[in-house]
Design a protein around this ligand. Sequence first.
Ligand code: R5P
Length: 285
Amino acid sequence: MRIISTERSQVLAARIAEKLGIPVVETKFTRFPDGEMYLRCGELDDDTLIVSSVVDNDMFVQTLLTIDAADESRNTLVVPYLGYSRQDKRFFPGEPISARAVARALSSGIDRVFVVNIHDRGVLDHFGAPAEDVTIAPAVGGYIGDLHLKNPLVLAPDEGAINFAADVAAVGGWDCDHLEKTRLSGEEVRIAPKTIDAAGQDVVIVDDIISTGGTLATAACMLREQGAASIHAACVHGVLTSGAYTRLRAAGVSSVVSSDTYENASSFISAANTIATAIREDAHR
Ligand code: R5P
């Protein structure tokens, strides 16, 4: 097996290759004068692992081109971050189910798919090949352990992230809760942990995605008012758009970390071990 990646997943691909003890195939990426993308990968064998986070439209096209370049081998596609996955329903008439459109497009020429902490597991059904979601909650928990906080309270920002938060908290046997929104009046809303008092606690808010940081910044401001000793944020996919990082720091969040499913300067957590384990286990089935 050999491994190839698109441009925005090179680091994660190299880490997975190292864990699996397989070579990384060099790929050259350029553009035609009109802006269209071109790529050329080195020699592949019969079994190819393609690692490609769909972080934007360019990476979507680059994924399609990479899969096509590997059309003569058996291909396993790892999509650590699947862009468009939050539009997983038709919320209003006339809308596309974007997650379905992207999953279907990526399925041609693929034998097996892996994604990481997908926003909604229902998306897996839209791939035209067997698809599996793996979780890096243990790695996120490992990172929190390394922070050596005195009194960690792991918080999910909403009910949708409860299971993820529970899996993260299980790593250190830490307290875990989720934030609940209570409407106090027409204008006033209180956001606080459902059952545990945040006062004096080192709070770590965990979520699958931090995009604009709006969800976490609002929560952080309220938690500070409630007397939290410190506030940290950890997520799987650090999209961090529209100044999210500075927004969170300005809201009093002391550290913001994400994983290499979406490579950027805050990617201190790696999904490589989890992905490599899933690939190895799949090969033994
Ligand atoms: C939403 O359901 C997700 O789990 C995240 O909570 C959301 O994408 C975060 O977005 P933002 O950072 O823009 O508030």
